[in-house]
Design a protein around this ligand. Structure first.
Ligand code: ACO
Length: 377
């Protein structure tokens, strides 16, 4: 039997706090007009106090599971793509696994810049098709506001926070993730980077004073790379699926800059309405940008069963990735309230189970459990 990795659930989360171009005009030497015409961005969302990559991933994951109609315990694998994890370790994916109560899932993070979600989707789809797993949750999530230099006008206007997620499930019907393409060119690593905080330059007074814990970018070079790469990978991933550009129902590009997207659409000669953009509302959310756009498009009825959806991204590394997906499900109607309530109750229960496990671990460390086990014997 051929196994197809179908996208059966989708969801996104954008924090409520909005930072407009007018707000940025008061922070750095810029203008709404410059930002709109050079990037297409009007506003972006910022994580509030207490919000993190884990908490936003969780929101997006819960929505995606709801659409999929799956319980967290049915997940076999969780991959979270991020360059802004809560910690270097433990992995964001493990903390999300615990909070969801996805007790049977393997979980890990991956870092591939803005192409990360496509990397995660590709790995998950291949593992499902190969027979290793039945279901997978793939999340792209970022809290870029915490690594943005708010005094640097060249980068501060570009980035935002958020999370998007999809659930994949094996099916026998032909469709789902038809083809993927991944690539990297580390010689361009210096074009977009976070200089300090890793093993090469651990945090110190010097790294903080030199503002090395913020994104540094050579925007013009990244722009040139993206304008060339985006149409190239879109065309190639469609060919790998044995299809042509005329078959594409919707292109979901990485939401970095409207001019990059417009240039790709011109090169590919795609008809108007074939591209989904939302960067005017969110800015560049790196790994989260494609899954947020994909979820929004599906919720808005822009994607129908049978449609060919192509996602294509590029980013720090340098990296790039694309996926061609034959869509198989409509966006479901919301379930009745009582069912929504029951589903919501899973998460406090998962938190209680997690607390119990911690308590047992603590008792074990005190030797109490050994004593009780001895009494039982
Ligand atoms: N407001 C006003 N003026 C500005 C601003 C600003 N926010 N930023 C730069 N400028 C000025 C520059 O100082 C420069 O002035 P000068 O001509 O006097 O020197 C002028 O505007 C033009 O600067 P450029 O950098 O050439 O502007 P460009 O048209 O290239 O646009 C931008 C800059 C928007 C950053 C563009 O290069 C871009 O989008 N690059 C790609 C970035 C990208 O996609 N990054 C994400 C990759 S994915 C990831 O992994 C996160």
């Amino acid at each position: 039997m051929t196994r197809y990795a179908h996208v059966v659930g989708w969801g996104s989360y954008a924090p409520p706090q909005v930072l407009t171009n007018a707000d940025l005009e008061r922070m750095v030497d810029t203008s709404d007009e410059w930002i709109r015409t050079r990037t297409g961005i009007c506003e972006r969302r910022l994580a509030g106090e207490g919000e993190t990559t884990v908490s936003m991933s969780l929101q997006a994951a819960r929505r995606a599971l709801e659409v999929a109609g799956l319980r967290p315990a049915q997940l076999d694998l969780i991959i979270i793509s991020t360059v802004t994890p809560d910690h270097a370790f433990p992995a964001t994916a493990c903390l999300v696994q615990d909070a969801l109560g996805a007790s049977h899932a393997a979980a890990f993070d991956l870092s591939a810049g803005c192409s990360g979600f496509i990397y995660g989707l590709s790995i998950a789809a291949h593992l499902l098709s190969a027979g290793a797993y039945q279901t997978a949750l793939v999340v792209g999530a970022e809290t870029l506001s915490r690594i943005t230099d708010w005094s640097d006008r060249a980068t501060a206007v570009l980035f935002g926070d958020g999370a998007g997620a999809v659930v994949l499930e094996v099916g026998e019907n032909e469709g789902g993730v038809l083809s993927t393409l991944l690539g990297a060119d580390g010689s361009g690593g210096d074009l977009l980077r976070l200089p300090a905080g890793g093993s090469k330059a651990p945090p110190s007074h010097r790294t903080v004073a030199e503002r090395q814990h913020f994104i540094q970018m050579k925007g013009r070079e990244v722009f040139r790379f993206a304008v060339k790469k985006l149409p190239e990978i879109t065309r190639e991933v469609v060919e790998r699926a044995g299809l042509s550009l005329g078959d594409v129902s919707l292109l979901i590009p990485h939401q970095a800059n409207q001019r990059i997207i417009d240039a790709a659409v011109r090169t590919l000669d795609l008809p108007p309405g074939t591209v989904y953009t939302n960067l005017e509302r969110y800015g560049n959310t790196s790994s989260a940008s494609i899954p947020i756009a994909l979820s929004e498009a599906a919720e808005a009825g822009r994607i129908h069963p049978g449609d060919l959806v192509v996602c294509a991204g590029f980013g720090a590394g340098l990296t790039w990735g694309a996926a061609a997906i034959r869509w198989s499900r409509p966006h479901p109607a919301p379930p009745p309230r009582w069912l929504q309530f029951l589903r919501r109750m899973r998460y406090p229960l998962a938190a209680a189970r997690s607390a119990l496990r911690r308590l047992l671990r603590w008792l074990t460390s005190l030797g109490v459990r050994d004593y009780l086990d001895g009494e039982k014997r």
